[in-house]
Design a protein around this ligand. Structure first.
Ligand SMILES: [Zn+2]
Ligand SMILES: [Zn+2]
Length: 89
């Protein structure tokens, strides 16, 4: 935990107080929300590109580790997906 968090100060701007639940203040959170709203297409396009490139190179689609044979994810992420699947079941 960073010092700023302990004092309930926004970790983004370092100026305003947080509500004690979030790590960032209302203003920074609103800015991030708007940014994501406006750039959703770009962000998704970036993710798509990243995954396509990694698949081509035989790397995990979530990180830079080599993917498991015949899979699009590394050992860690295959396991994580499996755990998530089990949990939602
Ligand atoms: Zn802030
Ligand atoms: Zn991975």
């Amino acid at each position: 935990m960073s010092a700023l968090e302990d004092y309930h100060i926004c970790t983004k701007c370092g100026k305003r107080y947080t509500d004690g639940i979030h790590k960032t203040c209302d203003i920074c959170r609103e800015k991030m929300r708007v940014y994501h709203e406006n750039h959703r297409e770009n962000i998704m396009e970036g993710v798509r590109k990243f995954r396509a490139e990694h698949r081509e190179k035989g790397l995990c689609i979530y990180c830079n580790s080599p993917a498991e044979h015949g899979k699009s994810m590394c050992k860690i992420h295959v396991e994580r997906e499996r755990m998530r699947y089990l949990k939602t079941k």
